[in-house]
Design a protein around this ligand. Structure first.
Ligand code: SAH
Length: 211
């Protein structure tokens, strides 16, 4: 199995063909070995066009959704980004290719440990992982120019909006089990400006300011 070739097909068929254009984003997806973030028994599906289970009833998102969320953040390379929901660590690795520093919070210790091991083995030096309730954010490291929430919540957790820098962007699935909309939130003059992107399906954001 030529995984580099399969990865290239994923980038062409699932990302480029569906409108992902940011050259840096496409390059990150060509580079990051997604198969290292999925359980071994699912290796054959590592580059498939759907989410996969990663344990603790959680999932690694479909490649296209990871790419879309990443592109919408309009990353230049200088940013400090906060991710809520480390999961497998795949989104964190993609971000680490594109920004200065990634902070990521996971509520399950086992997932955080596994992601940490994967990311360390790949040599990433610009990702900090912590275990806890991500809806509270990471006040010691705030403000963040970008925030990405990879689990669904009916409303933007207030602490996270507070920890978003002025002029910053946050992307998240807004909604519950019944339905969710991928939403971009920009902070302008301290106020949220939101834009709906598309329907989506994520596991719930469980926490004090989540579901
Ligand atoms: N970004 C991940 C996919 C995440 S799935 C990846 O690339 O693989 C969503 C993750 O959010 C799950 O691992 C879940 O445990 C986590 N999560 C849910 N609520 C959370 C909370 N309040 N704080 C931190 N993590 C949370």
């Amino acid at each position: 199995m030529d995984l580099a070739l399969i990865r290239k097909s994923m980038v062409d068929d699932q990302l480029r063909n569906r409108g992902i254009k940011d050259r840096r984003v496409l390059e990150a997806f060509l580079k990051v070995e997604r198969h290292k973030f999925v359980p071994e028994d699912l290796l054959d599906n590592a580059y498939a066009d759907f989410p996969l289970p990663i344990g603790e009833k959680q999932t690694i998102s479909q490649p296209y959704i990871v790419a879309l969320m990443t592109e919408k953040l309009e990353l230049k390379g200088t940013e400090r980004v906060l991710e809520i929901g480390t999961g497998s660590g795949y989104q964190a690795a993609i971000l680490a290719e594109l920004v200065k520093q990634v902070y990521t919070i996971e509520r399950f210790d086992a997932l955080a440990k596994q992601a940490q091991a994967t990311l360390l083995a790949m040599g990433y030096q610009n990702i900090k992982i912590t275990v806890g309730d991500g809806t509270l954010g990471w006040p010691e490291e705030a403000p963040f120019e970008r925030i990405i929430i990879t689990a669904a919540t009916p409303r933007v957790p207030q602490p996270l909006f507070e920890q978003l820098a002025e002029g910053g962007k946050m992307i998240l699935p807004l909604g519950d089990f019944a339905g969710q909309v991928l939403t971009l939130v920009e902070k302008k003059n301290g106020q949220p400006h939101t834009q709906d992107i598309c329907g989506c399906v994520f596991v719930p954001l469980v926490g004090k300011f989540g579901q």
